[in-house]
Each structure stands twice: as C-alpha cells, then as structure tokens.
Design a protein around this ligand. Structure first.
Ligand code: SRM
Ligand code: SF4
Length: 578
C-alpha cells in the first residue's frame, strides 16, 4: 500500500483534527457580543455546518475609513437533497428570509437554498427555524460530501423517482454523524456520548477537500454530471432503471495564472446496480479520503487524485474496498444541461411548471414580486391540502410540481398578478451567474448583479441576427472558482478584476466538453465586441442543427478541449496572466 500521507499538512487539517468533531469554539464565539465575527479557526469549522462568515463588500471602504470592523454577517446554506421541498418547507424558508436574513431566498447551482446577511445574534434562530421546517444545513459546505443533486423533474418517469431515491440514500449515508450540529445550534445539550467515537466514513479529519455527488437521468444533464466528483447516470432498459453508470473526478475550480489547477470533466468509471450504489459511493469517498492531497488544498480535489494515480489504479482500489468489480459502462445519451421551462403535463395527469428565476434570486422587486407570488402559491397549496412541491433545479430555477388543472390556473393568475412572466430569450433561458459581490469573499468581479444587463445587450445582437430563440448556454462567475460551472458553458465569462472578465468559448451544449480561453481581460464593450461578429457568423454560416459551442470550434476560433490537462494549452488568447 503506497504511503499517501503528505509531509506537511495544510492548516485546515490541524483545525479539523483538533475540532472535537467540528465543535471548535463556535458555541463560545456565538455568545461573544464584542464582535460580529467568530474566531478564525471556527470560520473554517462552521462551513461543515453549512455556514459561512462573510462581510458586505460594498460597505468595506466606508467602514474601513470609519475604523469600524467589517459589516460581518453569515450565509447559511440549506441542504436539500434533489432540491425537493414541500409547500410548508417553502413557507418556512420564506419566513426566515425576513426574520433573520436579507429578505431574499437564493436558489443555488446545486439545488440548495442560501440565506445571506444573517447577523451573528440571529444565526441560532435561523438554524432552529430551518430545523423546525425539517431541514438542515449540516454538510452543505465543508470537506465532506455535500448536497446530493438529482435531475429536477421526478414525475416525468419512474427513472426520476429512482434517481431521487438514490440521491436521498447517498445523502443520508454520507452525512457526518457528529452531534456538534445539534449541540451548537439546536439543543445546546452536550451529545458527545450520543455520537460515534469515530466518524463513520470520514474519520477524524474528514475529507481533504469538498466532495460533490449528483444523479442524472438522460437525456437531461441538468445536474452537469461531468462537473462533479461523483456522478450516477441512470441507465434505463426496458422501461426501468437497470443501474447506473458511475463517473468520477469532475470539478471546475482553478486559479488564474496557475496552470497546475484546471477544470476537469469526469471520467466514466463503470456500471453498477442500485443495490451496490451506496457501497460504491462509500468506497470512492474513502479512497479520496486516504489518497487525496492533504498538504495543498489547491491539489486536494478528487480530480487531482485521479490525475496523480491514474483512473485504472483508482478503479482497482475502489473495487477492492467495495468488494466487487464494476461492469463496463452502458450506452446513454445526454442532449442538454438547461431546464425545459413552462408547463408540462405528467403521465398521471398532474401539471408541472418550470419557472425561470434569474440567477436564483427569489425577491420582490418593483413590478416583479416573485417572492410574494410563490408565498401565495405555497399558502394556497397548503390550505387546499394539496401535495404540490417546490423543486430547485441545478440551473437556479424552480419547479412547482404536482398541480391539478384548477391549481394550474390559480398559479398562472398569481404569477401574472405579481408581474412574473416566464418568457425569455434562448440565451437568458440558458444563463447562470454565481453570487459574487457583495457577499462572496472570493469575488474578483460582479456576476449575479451584472449578467442580466449583459444579456440585455447580447439579446439585441441575437435579435438582429435572427437568433433570439436559439438556445446558447452562457455562464458567468465572479472568479475562477467556477460556481456557475462556466467552463462547461458555450460562452463562459470568468471574473479577473472589477469590470474585467476572461471569455471562454466552445463547450458542448450537453455539458460533456470543456470550453477554452478565447479572449482575456475584457470589459463590457470588449465582451460585446468579441461576441458580436461570432454571433453574426453563427447566424450566417452554421450547419443545420449546429450548436454555438461546436460552431466556434469548427470555424477555428478555439481549439477542441478534450481533457482538463489540455485546458490551458496553446491558447490563442495567451497565457493566463498572474
Ligand atoms: Fe461555490 C466557494 C457560492 C456552487 C466551486 N462558492 C464558494 C463560496 C462559499 C465562497 C467562499 O468560499 O467564501 C461562495 C459563496 C458566495 C455567496 O456569497 O453566497 C460560493 N458555489 C456558490 C453558489 C451559491 C453559487 C450560486 O450562485 O449558486 C453555489 C452553491 C452550491 C450549493 O448549494 O452547494 C456554488 N461552487 C459551486 C460549483 C458548482 C457545482 O458544484 O455544481 C462549483 C464548481 C464545481 C466544483 O466544485 O468544482 C463551485 N465554490 C467553488 C470553489 C472552487 C473549488 C475548487 O475545487 O477549487 C470555491 C472556493 C473553494 O472551495 O476554495 C467555492
Ligand atoms: Fe464567489 Fe467565485 Fe464562487 Fe462566484 S465563482 S460565488 S465569485 S467563489
């Protein structure tokens, strides 16, 4: 057995190891009224509880001038396996948005919900309210398996139901067993005796880095299976799920100017049946636990573990630990990563609505009262004792599922009365932006607050070219960490500095191929100047059915990128600047 223990551990390893199963001194810090912040080490540990310390970056300069500490607040991420909520849970989240957070609910790219702007003295109340709604935030962040995603529309076929069942089973199996969450946030009681002495699956220091799992149901690749550490792809044979193709080693994050970091599409590892899926996931997680790099967090994700050891060695070790061999992957085909907006009737006669939510921000704005509309819809469903549920899509949008014909009419009228339309251009329908400023501490540029206006401008160009309805995937991230999965977008924009972005082109529409750097350090006008001729050329010269991402490769604007290793190769736009 090779020695995989690194000579020098990263500081987070010490913090985890000394944390007494993620307790640290968080509880003491919460009662310290002198500062709005927590102790530094504790801010690493709260991530495992789904909580990030942040500060309002818009207010930083003014507060610095006044010699005040930053305007600290916390982001809490609610873990929602498969993104499925009932109407009562939606109403719980809606109340928390006002009572403890900044009045908005943020749907994330991983089917979770984030609250921003929770001040320290409100944090426990927020987590208690989440708990009262039968939800939690444990393991929504941190070096563990996080929220497990699954394709969003479970009523379309039995395969979707099986996918949701698997997502929930994986989520339960891989959730840390520490009693710290309940002790710190809920009961205040010490439950040390009530938790296992050693974390099953994770051990004392958890994983070297975050770990993300998804379940996909072809032809939808809405979960972006190739972007994740671990993926299960439903293989439907004779109308039923025969089992799952398993993918490993996807990931988006990289650092500008550090070519040893790169986005990577996952590899196909093999096929397994449903009864073996959880054991297989545990084996994969434990190999990463033991083989992942604990000295350098920038090399610690599973994608780098597989690059270092090779897929064959990784598979052999996984099979050894799981106690069975994987079968060869079976055929499947994806056709898209985006959502299918609008109404759809299910086989059972119910109605599902997929509602576009721009960048996942559920808020009330003048003339567009989305949050109020959704509250009214949830209240009516609850009062009528209907079983409709709310499902967050991996593209930050929302499904309302299981509506009767009458309820459909009520939902339509409610949305209309609140100014909420569902008709958008093909580009906007396929747009995703990460949060970025003002809350994200890592943002180099705007994203959520900027992409809508950039799309306004690009829509004008598309309209003129006769392409308004054409679906083109565009994603923006405020930094190279890639929370909107921009390297799998046909048009990817990644923040470099305020108002400045790298432009990436050429990913596949079905999410199976990375894009490549096309132009760097563009401002708003630069982005338009770079994209306008390409859009016009696409309108004039594309082949029948050719996607924009394929067109820019065929016409020689960017090279085909078949693996993460080559992502930074021969860039016409030049080496990424430091
Ligand atoms: Fe992310 C860190 C927001 C999905 C890659 N991400 C962050 C933090 C927590 C910033 C921080 O560490 O201080 C951001 C909080 C911003 C804020 O104010 O809310 C943040 N990430 C988000 C969300 C909310 C983006 C969104 O607009 O929806 C998504 C929450 C997902 C969830 O519910 O769990 C989100 N992040 C992703 C994804 C997409 C995905 O997983 O499908 C990725 C790329 C996939 C991947 O992990 O490789 C992603 N986030 C990162 C990274 C880079 C990780 C890496 O391997 O290098 C960081 C930074 C880090 O971990 O050091 C990061
Ligand atoms: Fe923040 Fe960067 Fe993620 Fe955007 S991509 S939310 S800026 S960490």
């Amino acid at each position: 057995m090779p020695d995989h223990s690194p000579a020098i551990l990263s500081p987070n390893e010490r913090i985890k190891g000394a944390s007494r199963h993620l307790r640290g001194t968080i509880a003491d810090g919460l009662s310290n009224a002198v500062t709005g912040a927590l102790a530094d080490d504790d801010t690493q540990l709260t991530k495992f509880h789904g909580i990030y310390q942040q500060d309002d970056r818009d207010l930083r300069p003014e507060r610095r001038k006044k010699k005040l500490e930053p305007a600290y607040s916390f982001m809490a991420r609610v873990r929602i396996p498969g993104g499925v909520l009932n109407a009562a849970q939606w109403l719980t989240l809606d109340r928390i948005a006002d009572a403890q957070a900044n009045g908005t609910i943020r749907l994330t790219t991983r089917q979770a919900v984030q609250f921003h702007g929770i001040i320290k003295s409100n944090l426990r109340d927020a987590i208690r309210a989440i708990d009262a709604g039968l939800l939690d935030t444990i393991a929504a962040c941190g070096d563990v398996n996080r929220n497990v995603m699954c394709s969003a529309d479970p009523r379309a076929s039995g395969a979707h139901a099986a996918a949701l069942d698997l997502a929930r089973a994986l989520s339960t199996h891989l959730t840390p067993q520490t009693g710290a969450y309940r002790e710190i946030w809920l009961d205040g009681e010490k439950v040390e005796g009530g938790e296992p002495e050693v974390e099953p699956v994770y051990g004392a220091t958890y994983l070297p880095r975050k770990f993300k799992t998804v379940v996909a149901v072809p032809p939808d690749n809405d979960v972006d299976v190739y972007a994740h550490d671990l993926g299960f792809i439903a293989i439907v044979e004779d109308g039923a799920v025969a089992g799952w193709n398993v993918t490993v080693g996807g990931g988006m994050g990289m650092t500008h100017g550090e070519p040893r970091t790169f986005p990577r599409t996952a590899d196909l590892l093999g096929f397994c049946t449903t009864d073996r899926a959880t054991a297989l996931a545990e084996a994969i997680v434990t190999v990463q636990r033991d083989w992942g790099d604990r000295s350098d967090r920038k090399q610690a994700r599973l994608k780098y573990t597989i690059e270092r050891h090779g897929l064959e060695a990784f598979r052999a070790e996984v099979e050894r630990r799981a106690g069975f061999a994987l079968e060869a992957p079976r055929p499947f085909a994806f056709d898209r990563t985006g959502d299918r907006y609008g109404w759809a009737k299910t086989a059972g006669g119910d109605w599902n609505l997929t509602l576009f939510v721009e960048n996942g921000r559920v808020a009330d704005r003048p003339g567009y009262a989305l949050r109020s509309a959704l509250r009214i819809i949830a209240e009516k469903q609850l009062a009528a004792r209907r079983g409709a549920d709310f499902r967050i899509t991996p593209n930050q949008s929302l499904m309302i599922c299981g509506l009767t014909h009458r309820a459909k009419a009520v939902v339509e009228a409610t949305l209309r009365a609140h100014g909420v339309g569902n008709v958008h251009s093909g580009l906007r329908r396929n747009a995703v932006a990460c949060v970025a400023l003002p809350t994200c501490g890592l943002a180099l540029a705007e994203s959520e607050r900027y992409l809508p206006s950039l799309i306004d401008a690009l829509d004008a160009v598309l309209e003129e070219a006769g392409l308004r309805e054409d679906e083109i995937v565009i994603r923006m991230s405020g930094c190279p960490n890639g929370c909107s999965r921009p390297y799998l977008a046909e048009i990817g924009l990644v923040g470099r500095a305020p108002g400045t972005y790298h432009l990436y082109l050429g990913a596949a529409f079905d999410g199976s191929r990375l894009n490549r750097l096309y132009r760097r350090d563009l401002d708003h006008d630069g982005i338009l100047a770079a994209l306008t001729p390409l859009i016009r050329a696409y309108a004039a010269d594309r082949l029948s059915g050719e996607r924009f991402g394929d067109f820019v490769i065929r016409t020689g604007h960017v090279a085909l990128t078949l693996s993460g290793r080559t992502f930074h190769d021969d860039m016409s736009a030049g080496e990424p600047a430091a």
